[in-house]
Design a protein around this ligand. Sequence first.
Ligand code: TYD
Length: 135
Amino acid sequence: MNKLSTKEAQIIELPKILDDRGNLSVIEEYVNIPFKIKRTYLIYDVPGGEIRGGHAYKENQEFIIALSGSFDVILDDGKGKKVFSLNRSYYGLYVPKGFWRQMENFSTNSLALVLASTQYTPSDYIYDFELFLNM
Ligand code: TYD
């Protein structure tokens, strides 16, 4: 099995099985994403102009997909920001641990699927940007 191993924040394109009956894409842990999936959550019904996130994780890694609609994920590694626009269900953004991340520009009826490498752990969050820069 092809073990995907990366520590880089990056867009990962998923396999696409094209079919006249409708297309299919697959996500398998350690094959398409470099972590084991412990948790999955959805972000939806985001009012126009709202911003989600605005924090970093000490350990948690994520893979974020725009299942429908579109939104931007802004990542900051402490040295600079990068904007990733997500708008298709056949690719997603891998976010390694230790990145400040924010989600914004949600389109109407957008639906974000987030696969996470850890269970929900409040102590894993860093909410203070200055503290993040110092870590
Ligand atoms: P948070 O992670 O701060 O959301 P975002 O980064 O998108 O702004 O979580 C918002 C609330 O949801 C917070 O009260 C914690 C709760 N929550 C859970 O209970 N379990 C989870 O897996 C997540 C992601 C959040």
